[in-house]
Design a protein around this ligand. Structure first.
Ligand SMILES: *Cc1c(COP(=O)(O)O)cnc(C)c1O
Length: 367
């Protein structure tokens, strides 16, 4: 059986180092807001190239706290609008609507799966305050185009970098392109903890000050509350694990890239549309390797039968979710087509050469 993602195998690569660190947290008697968290925030800031990092409990919190921070700073107001790609994971929308702002969906380009910059301008109103750019599947968005649009309309750019840690655009890491970025260290992400974890990165001192306080009960000085805050903290154990794994992130992203290259060079089947991989975006980090096929469900069953596990990211688009009934009657034909056709192949840093070959042959033999 070729697993879609073998988390056990991924983490066992670092078994000795991780176990040693977890034991030292255990023995330290200090479990929140300590040295490991400080060290991780510094390491991540250095890695991304930003001035400030605030660690939080998960990726959704990172995004919702960025928006909450801008609300507290008076940059956003309730009922303002944020542009969000229509085919993203639901968390990108939840972060907006939970703060009483409105997510305005924009169709992606069906070949890149990323927001179609040409479609954004039509959706900009006087209430639009920001664009949430999602580097979906670990693919780097064409940032210069987004930036000139944001400059023209004075919009903030919030990066949902949950799937693309380590990716680079023209020499700058994702997470350091916009005004602020949210990261997820959910176990299955490219940098995965052993539970939930997340972070915010920014170069904006005001935003940093606000979000770090809100994430800690709205208090910077114990029992003195400036904001009606939340409890969203990274714990020392997760920080200790991430401190080890971040050292291997570039190496594991390089392995993902080499598998993507093999898939692209060797999968040849007229029923399959491969993801684009142009030279100028060679830094994609391939959180997912997503192909398109009109007979997607049939292909998935065929692969399952020969013991190749695949997943669908995502089976239902946000505008068709019950939770977003207000969007149910708006049509997003490209998004819906994508959701009907996408299939994610196994692409993990521990996939063996033989397993990659098996996936390639299986797909080439599909009729
Ligand atoms: C995983 C993910 C999130 C949320 O991260 P959690 O840590 O699961 O809360 C947000 N956006 C995208 C695109 C994601 O893939």
């Amino acid at each position: 059986m070729i697993k879609f993602l073998d988390l056990k195998k991924i983490n066992l690569q670092f078994q000795n180092e991780i176990e040693k660190e977890i034991i030292s947290v255990f023995r330290s008697g200090w479990y929140l807001k300590g040295n490991y968290v400080n060290q991780f925030e510094e390491k991540l800031a250095k890695y991304i190239g930003v001035k400030y990092v605030v660690s939080v409990a998960n990726g959704l919190d990172a995004l919702r706290l960025i928006i909450r921070g801008y609300l507290e700073l008076g940059v956003f107001k309730p009922m303002d609008e944020i542009i969000v790609p229509a085919n993203t994971f639901i968390a990108s929308l939840l972060a907006v609507s939970e703060n009483d702002l409105k997510p305005v969906l924009v169709e992606p380009n069906k070949n890149t799966f990323l927001i179609d910059v040409n479609e954004i301008e039509k959706k900009i109103t006087t209430k639009t305050k920001a664009i949430m750019v999602v580097h979906l599947y670990g693919r780097v968005s064409n940032f210069n185009e987004l930036k000139s649009l944001a400059n023209k309309y004075k919009l903030k750019i919030i990066e949902d970098n949950a799937q693309a840690i380590g990716a680079v655009y023209k020499g700058v890491k994702t997470g350091n392109l916009g005004d602020a970025a949210g990261f997820s260290f959910y176990p299955g992400k490219n940098l995965g903890a052993l539970g939930d974890a997340g972070a915010i990165s920014t170069n904006d001192k005001n935003l940093y000050d606000v979000v770090s306080v809100i994430a800690n009960y709205g208090s910077s000085y114990k029992y003195h509350n400036i904001y009606k805050g939340v409890n969203s903290r990274l714990d020392e154990i997760q920080a200790a694990v991430l401190n080890v794994k971040i050292n291997y992130l570039d190496d594991s992203n390089a392995k993902r890239r080499s598998i993507a290259k093999k898939y692209i060079a060797n999968i040849k089947n007229s029923k399959i549309i491969l993801p684009e991989y142009p030279e100028e975006f060679k830094s994609h980090v391939w959180h997912l390797f997503v192909i398109r096929c009109e007979e997607r469900d049939k292909l998935q069953k065929y692969l399952k039968k020969i013991n190749i596990e695949t997943l669908i990211h995502y089976p239902i688009p946000p505008n068709k979710q019950k939770a977003y009934s207000e969007l149910n009657n708006i049509n997003y034909p490209i998004t819906e087509k994508i959701h009907n056709e996408v299939l994610s192949l196994p692409i993990s840093p521990v996939l063996t050469h033989k397993e990659v070959e098996k996936v390639i042959n299986a797909i080439n033999n599909y009729v």
